[in-house]
Design a protein around this ligand. Structure first.
Ligand code: FE2
Ligand code: FE2
Length: 322
């Protein structure tokens, strides 16, 4: 038989227990004591990640009805649906930290919460579906694989499944570009033009350079983040250079060259002013994305009401039965 430990004692032992878990690289679970700042950091990071998955459906959803064949439509639809699923796992993980889902939605719809800047770029051509899969989902994988080992249990477990699906996404994007590069001259031009637009924004998905990323050190000390922004960016560049060669596309960076000494590819400076502009809401599609999300939220009100009414009815029935 176990005797329940009084809450006060649990609270007193909490900080030491938390430090122990982090030092032993073990998981922190929802019922464990955790510092307020750890909780706040996680809610911010996980909900921003969830918002990115949901907003990320828009640039590709826009192509579902225009994809060039039935097979391409089916693949793209499955991919976009996966992103909705990722959003839902992540909102659920964030909810375990005590923030209601409605509050997170509210922050997104009112512009208080951020989502990944990459989704504020437009997708004017079919080749953009290829570039998004190959480069954007590719960058997401580099960022997210280490998160499968994040110290917060529900987040880490959600990331395991998400990463499996992201690798399918990256392959489908690569395959779209490969088909175009093996096609007509006009298709090759379209693929190259699209890669030209997505390359630098994809590199900026890892966030500002390490010396301009003040919160990273704390996240690394808490085992939330495992590698710095610049390390992850380097991994990504090293991954895509040989893939670009197979595709036959040129990465639009004149400074890209193999550095024998470092054993890595050197790459050129990125336009961080553009990054800050898009982050500040002045990208190509910021207002379009939020307006569409708001409309979808309003249009979905009847579904939420119906689900609530159904749940209440079920509860009432269970009460009568018991
Ligand atoms: Fe995703
Ligand atoms: Fe994805």
């Amino acid at each position: 038989m176990t005797t329940a430990t009084p809450a006060r004692e649990l609270d007193e032992a909490g900080p030491a227990r938390f430090e122990e878990l982090i030092a032993a690289d073990q998981k922190v679970e929802p019922a464990d004591w955790m510092p307020d700042a750890y909780r706040r950091t996680l809610v911010r990071q996980i909900s921003q990640h969830a918002h990115s998955e949901i907003i990320g459906m828009q640039p590709e959803g826009n192509w579902i009805t225009r994809a060039p064949s039935l097979q391409r439509k089916a693949i793209l639809m499955a991919k976009v649906q996966d992103e909705a699923g990722h959003g839902l796992y992540l909102y659920s993980a964030a909810q375990t930290l005590g923030t209601p889902r409605e509050e997170m939605y509210e922050q997104l719809l009112t512009g208080k919460a951020k989502y990944s800047s990459i989704f504020n770029y437009l997708t004017p051509t079919w080749a953009d579906m290829g570039s998004i899969g190959w480069l954007v989902d590719g960058a997401a994988i580099c960022n997210q694989v280490p998160l499968c080992r994040a110290s917060y249990g529900p987040y880490a477990r959600a990331m395991v499944r998400i990463c499996k699906e992201e690798s399918f996404h990256q392959r489908q994007g690569f395959e779209i570009l490969l088909a175009l590069m093996n096609g007509t001259q006009a298709q090759r031009v379209m693929a190259q033009e699209s890669v030209n637009r997505w390359y630098a924004p994809a590199l900026m998905m890892f966030g500002p350079p390490d010396d301009a990323s003040p919160n990273s050190a704390q996240s690394m000390a808490w085992n939330i983040k495992r590698f710095s922004n610049d390390d992850l960016r380097q991994r990504f560049v090293d991954m895509i250079v040989p893939q670009a060669e197979i595709l036959g596309v040129t990465l639009p960076d004149p400074d890209l060259r193999w550095n024998e000494e470092r054993g890595h590819w050197d790459y050129g400076d990125l336009d961080w002013d553009e990054f800050r502009e898009v982050l500040a809401g002045r990208g190509q599609a910021n207002s379009i994305r939020i307006a569409k999300r708001r409309r979808a939220h309003e249009d979905g009100a009847w579904v939420r009401e119906a689900a609530r009414a159904y749940a209440e009815k079920q509860q009432a029935r269970e009460k009568v039965a018991s």
